[in-house]
Design a protein around this ligand. Sequence first.
Ligand SMILES: *[C@@H]1O[C@H](CO)[C@@H](O)[C@H](O)[C@H]1NC(C)=O
Ligand SMILES: *[C@@H]1O[C@H](CO)[C@@H](O)[C@H](O)[C@H]1NC(C)=O
Ligand SMILES: *[C@@H]1O[C@H](CO)[C@@H](O)[C@H](O)[C@H]1NC(C)=O
Ligand SMILES: *[C@@H]1O[C@H](CO)[C@@H](O)[C@H](O)[C@H]1NC(C)=O
Ligand SMILES: *[C@@H]1O[C@H](CO)[C@@H](O)[C@H](O)[C@H]1NC(C)=O
Ligand SMILES: *[C@@H]1O[C@H](CO)[C@@H](O)[C@H](O)[C@H]1NC(C)=O
Ligand SMILES: *[C@@H]1O[C@H](CO)[C@@H](O)[C@H](O)[C@H]1NC(C)=O
Length: 407
Amino acid sequence: MAPYLFLCLFPFFPHLYASFSSSGSHSCSSLIQFKDSFSITEVASLYCDEIAGLKSYPKTNSWKEGTDCCSWDGVTCDHLNAHVIAVDLSCSWLYGNFPSNTTLFLLPHLQKLNLAHNDFNQSKIPSEFGGFTSLFYLNLSYTGFAGEVPSQVSYLSKLVSLDLSCWADEQFTIDKHALEGLVHNLTEVRHLFLDRMDMSSVNAHVFMNLSSSLRSLSLAYCDLQEKFPKNIFDLPNLNLLNLGGNPNLNLDPLKFNRSSNLEHLDLSWMSFSTDFIDSIDNLQALKYLDLSGNSFFQGLSFSITNLSSLEYLILRLANVFGGLPDSMGNLVSLKLSGPVPRSLGNLLQLTHLDLWQNQLSGQIPRSLGNLLQLTHLDFAEPIEWANSIVNSKPNAAGILGNIWKFF
Ligand SMILES: *[C@@H]1O[C@H](CO)[C@@H](O)[C@H](O)[C@H]1NC(C)=O
Ligand SMILES: *[C@@H]1O[C@H](CO)[C@@H](O)[C@H](O)[C@H]1NC(C)=O
Ligand SMILES: *[C@@H]1O[C@H](CO)[C@@H](O)[C@H](O)[C@H]1NC(C)=O
Ligand SMILES: *[C@@H]1O[C@H](CO)[C@@H](O)[C@H](O)[C@H]1NC(C)=O
Ligand SMILES: *[C@@H]1O[C@H](CO)[C@@H](O)[C@H](O)[C@H]1NC(C)=O
Ligand SMILES: *[C@@H]1O[C@H](CO)[C@@H](O)[C@H](O)[C@H]1NC(C)=O
Ligand SMILES: *[C@@H]1O[C@H](CO)[C@@H](O)[C@H](O)[C@H]1NC(C)=O
């Protein structure tokens, strides 16, 4: 009875048949061979837990030869024909050289590949990656790949998301032609993360023709040179822009468009020295702003109050001559160095206050005791401050309860 029923189902549920067919098991043995080229060690994904805040564990431990790989942890198949279409081995403790002839390349239907936060021991990215022509998501961030990114990555013209961010010590580089190809061919790209890739030999102008679908562009610490194309700031869907840590990049005069949907802007450590961001007032959707490490000789020339959506303001080691404005909007998080504005006590929604490397010479604003939502507080000279808060306001008890958590 049961076998008969099974056969009868095939015309209606072809995927049932396909998952038992031989095309599926080929892919399974390719995956096993891929996994076997690495050793499994927790340190390979250490920073996954520590920095990305994700849980790492050896996903491939559940991969057993002779079982259907469509059910393995990190593997997704197309229901219709049992092709492996997604492999997510991010944070999976993989360690070892990445073989350029790996059987992973025998999975031509792959649409999503995430190998982030493993350690491929300074291997080069094999040019064969360019053969994954169905890929729309590729994430090789923090994988210990090193050397030059092969120009074949630009063949992946369906990519919607590409993350090749790396550690500073990996000397991951990309040359002018590869980057030009990438910008030219990736017409669908929405999320592009290339943090810390060495672009010192490339003119930042190359990013001019990026897809108008772009939502995230992250080029932190890339050693970008010359002028950044202005039109990027006008991209209607741009939500995240991180250009932090590029002191040689020429941005000014910076004009933000009123119709901008930018929510996350990082322009830290750019060595600006003028009031280059007048038009930041236009960014009505802005929630996160990092201007650490810059100098503002005429104070902050924009009005934080006018940034009605701003929640996170980070000004670590910024020189703000003329101090901060008295009114500071609706911040929930503030990371400051430099003088502490009195109006801090007006930020009733504040949950994170970080006064890292502050010169705490002046008076502690008594109003700090108003910040009853505060759950995170960091500052340099804790004990004196804690005492001052105790002495400054009877209702400081709420904040104090939180302070002691940090010592
Ligand atoms: C990592 O790379 C070093 C230097 O190239 C090499 O000696 C070592 O065998 C590699 N380790 C693994 C596990 O591949
Ligand atoms: C890859 O090449 C190495 C030698 O370069 C060889 O030992 C290994 O069997 C090859 N693997 C595959 C899957 O072809
Ligand atoms: C890449 O993967 C890591 C780990 O899963 C994740 O934190 C990161 O957001 C991913 N990047 C993109 C662009 O999806
Ligand atoms: C764009 O991709 C196609 C294949 O998808 C490739 O033949 C071509 O060389 C690529 N162009 C650039 C500029 O990289
Ligand atoms: C951008 O595209 C235009 C029109 O296709 C072209 O003339 C220009 O050279 C491109 N610029 C860059 C930097 O690739
Ligand atoms: C603002 O951006 C839109 C497209 O998003 C563009 O049409 C318009 O010219 C821009 N305005 C300014 C002042 O740059
Ligand atoms: C705040 O924005 C309004 C218009 O929305 C403008 O009239 C005013 O000048 C701005 N204030 C500052 C200090 O920029």
